[in-house]
Design a protein around this ligand. Structure first.
Ligand code: AMP
Ligand code: ZN
Length: 470
């Protein structure tokens, strides 16, 4: 096994990833999507970076069990189902399918287990009962159950928040309300484990020892993580906004219920902004994968752009950056096609490039192993290729596999696809414009081809056309 090092939000240090369990299988839990709408590119930045970590660990020889949940019970899913007058289940299943389709297009490896909150209400109730029994939780008069924060002195250890100094918090950073004033709590900081039924919940409720209601948001991750990965896990991931309160609450619930350490290593990724601004519907800068497809960018370009910044830094997503990603991928593709032809080699789609010998020192792989430095890795790949150094094809394949761009670069046969004549014509005009050094025109034609669903891959003495993959 090749040791990977990663920053731990809790210790604020870069640490070796060493499996806790004697079976050496790393237990990883990542908070998944809330399935009420399309996931946006911010969500996908987080899921993609988790995917790069997942792929890196597999490639470095770790055994991994990767769990990512589906949040299908919350105010947004319930409201969405009611607005469409369909059951919560059929509403969330539809959005889950769409999420899966986007993940597949982006070449995100599926998790080993993908548990849904609504299918694990019994496990959540059982954990809440344990917490009540151990006096870490109490039922209020209306049938809601709260976690008693004062019973867990370690609260805040992840985000180093001082609970005594916290102002009344009505809403967390993800916009989820904490029900601050609506219910009868001992302390304003106590958070809901179980929410008593309200008329606006309509037909969404479960029976519990405290009456009709539904689980609070935080408890699902604790219950499902313990069920599928055991009481203590190696790595827990999520976007930085989840650090407080969601992950602090997960720690409180799980550690009080089990009496054990919940998570050894916390992996948080920074947010994505669009053209320097926070993404929001009202600013019109909230993009989904299909929005970008309609603007002529395919999934490989989006993947490349979203992983290309360091995960601990805010990524400023711009259209200029997307164009740069497209052209970088196109250059890489040309090299790959060339190298594959020269070596007369191809790679099976199911090939996991474990146990590859990297040239030592191989700075591209070292960059990934040292706190998942994707931008440095990409820089190293390009300089190795530009210097015509002996970057071996297998090694290049392994790096592309970890970055999750192998599907686009190695597994698409450029020549096998029939090109319609209007597309071929545009591509020929573009090649001519490029030859005449009329780069504005050749860029315009490349963009036009993108909007029609075609990528151009330039090679030394010609070009190939590639149908975009969604
Ligand atoms: P949600 O569907 O809201 O539960 O979020 C799914 C994941 O996306 C969580 O890990 C969030 O932390 C993450 N996330 C939400 N907004 C952004 C953003 N702008 N940039 C990066 N990650 C985000
Ligand atoms: Zn969670």
């Amino acid at each position: 096994m090749n040791i990977v090092r990663l920053y731990n939000t809790q210790s604020r240090q870069i640490e070796d990833i060493v499996p806790l369990n004697p079976d050496k299988i790393l237990r990883i839990y990542c908070c998944g999507p809330t399935v009420y709408n399309y996931a946006h590119i911010g969500n996908f930045r987080t899921f993609l970076l988790q995917d790069v970590l997942h792929r890196l660990l597999l490639t470095m020889g770790y055994g991994v069990k990767f769990v990512r949940n589906i949040t299908d019970i919350d105010d947004k899913t319930i409201r969405g189902a009611q607005q469409e007058n369909v059951s919560l289940r059929s509403f969330t299943e539809r959005w889950t399918d769409i999420f899966h389709r986007d993940c597949e297009a982006l070449n995100i490896l599926p998790p080993d287990v993908e548990p849904k909150a609504a299918s694990h209400v019994a496990e959540q109730i059982a954990m809440i009962e344990t917490l009540i029994q151990k006096k870490h939780a109490y039922a209020a008069a209306d049938g809601s159950v709260y976690f008693r924060l004062s019973s867990f002195p370690d609260y805040g250890k992840l985000s180093r928040i001082d609970i005594k100094q916290l102002a009344t918090q009505n809403e967390n950073s993800a916009g989820r309300t904490n029900l601050a004033d609506e219910y009868d709590r001992d302390s304003v900081h106590d958070f809901a484990l179980w929410k008593a039924y309200k008329a606006e919940d309509g037909d969404v409720f479960w029976e519990s020892p405290w009456g009709k209601g539904r689980p609070g948001w935080h408890i699902e991750c604790s219950a499902m993580s313990v069920k599928y990965l055991g009481e203590t896990i190696d790595i827990h991931g999520g976007g930085i906004d989840l650090c407080f309160p969601h992950h602090e609450n997960e720690i409180a619930q799980t550690e009080c219920a089990t009496g054990k350490l919940f998570v050894k290593h916390w992996f948080h990724s920074e947010h994505l902004q669009v053209e320097g601004q926070k993404m929001s519907k009202s600013l019109g800068n909230l993009f989904t994968l299909s929005d970008l497809k309609n603007k002529g960018y395919d999934a490989s370009t989006v993947r490349y752009a979203l992983i290309s910044g360091h995960y601990r830094q805010i990524l400023n997503f711009t259209f200029a950056g997307l164009d740069a990603a497209r052209s970088a991928l196109s250059k890489l593709k040309a090299k790959v096609v060339n190298l594959c032809e020269k070596n007369n080699l191809s790679f099976d789609e199911n090939f996991l490039p474990k146990n590859i010998t990297y040239h030592s020192p191989n700075s591209a792989i070292e960059a990934l192993k040292n706190d998942l430095n994707v931008p440095k890795c990409l820089g190293e790949i390009f300089s190795a290729l530009n210097d015509a150094q002996n970057m071996e094809l297998q090694e290049l394949y392994a790096l592309c596999f970890i970055l999750g761009i192998e599907k686009f670069l190695f597994h698409r046969d450029l020549k096998a696809i029939e090109v319609p004549s209007d597309i071929a014509e545009l591509a020929a005009q573009r090649w001519q414009a490029k030859g005449n050094k009329n780069f504005d025109e050749s860029d315009r034609l490349r963009q036009l081809l993108g909007e029609k669903g075609w990528n151009v891959v330039d090679q030394k003495d010609g070009y190939e056309l590639e149908k975009m993959d969604f």
